[in-house]
Design a protein around this ligand. Structure first.
Ligand code: R5P
Length: 258
């Protein structure tokens, strides 16, 4: 791995513990003004001090985030779909690598939809993005998206998606936690971070999810709704950091919610 690539990854994943807490605020690219992210600047600002990186689109970055921040950016570059369109899997690259470099991104993110009608186009897009990104030392985060088919999230399917993403060259993969998650981790040769998915019933459920994922080998979390749809979003970030970076138990982490 070349120096630039290594340096970017070291900014995203703490080299001391190999772990990361990222904040995902990219949902608007297909969901529009999702609840509690209607005003991204307002949602993001108080959480910035607690995140190792910010995952978002160029539009939100340019318009809602102060350019003086030190927080690394994971720029979502795939899109072209919407929640009301015919197929969520119908994604392509919509932000160029040149833009990512111009915006000083530390990584670019793309969704792949394995097993969907658009599997081929999203996997080819991943390969092409890796080809181009490699030239500039830009890491690629592949997101194993399931669209509306949340029931797909089991170890067999996610193991397949994560392995394919790594085989096609992604340096990091974002997936979902599932039963037997350790198997998914074991068969994927690059770091895995987990999304939270739709908001769980309680904050404790989200903390347990993160704790289990870390225990089973995840490199970290890249959560959105379970953080900023909570009434105590800052507390959730602090609790996530305790679990991911300080080996805290769920009970210990929960203290940050009080
Ligand atoms: C998809 O909407 C995005 O890639 C999100 O960044 C990802 O799903 C993580 O957010 P959440 O924890 O809300 O699922």
């Amino acid at each position: 791995m070349d120096w630039g690539m290594k340096n970017r990854i070291a900014k995203l994943i703490n080299p001391k513990d190999g772990h990361a807490v990222w904040l995902a605020v990219d949902h608007g690219y297909f969901l529009g003004p999702v609840s509690r992210l209607e005003d991204p600047a307002k949602t993001i600002k108080p959480l910035l001090p607690y995140t190792d990186a910010l995952m978002l689109t160029r539009g939100v970055l340019r318009n809602c985030v102060d350019a003086s921040i030190d927080t690394p950016v994971i720029l979502r570059v795939s899109g072209g779909n919407s929640i009301v369109g015919p197929a969520l899997s119908d994604e392509g690259i919509q932000t160029s690598l040149e833009e990512a470099i111009r915006l000083n991104a530390s990584a670019v993110a793309i969704s792949i939809y394995v097993g969907s009608e658009h599997e081929h186009q999203t996997l080819i897009a991943l390969g092409e993005l890796v080809n181009e990104a490699q030239r500039y030392g830009m890491p690629v985060l592949a997101v194993t998206a399931v669209g509306k088919e949340l029931q797909k999230r089991d170890a067999r399917y996610l193991g397949l998606c994560c392995r394919i993403a790594a085989e096609l060259g992604a340096q990091m993969v974002k997936t979902y936690y599932c039963e037997d998650f350790a198997k998914v981790v074991k068969s994927c040769p690059v770091p895995l971070v987990i999304a939270g998915g739709p908001k769980l019933k309680t904050e404790m459920d989200a903390l347990k999810l993160a704790h289990n994922a870390i225990e089973e080998g995840a490199g970290g979390v890249d959560m959105g709704r379970n953080i900023w749809q909570s009434d105590n979003a800052v507390g959730m970030m602090k609790a996530m950091r305790a679990i991911v970076h300080e080996n805290a138990s769920v009970k210990e982490a929960a203290k940050f919610l009080k």
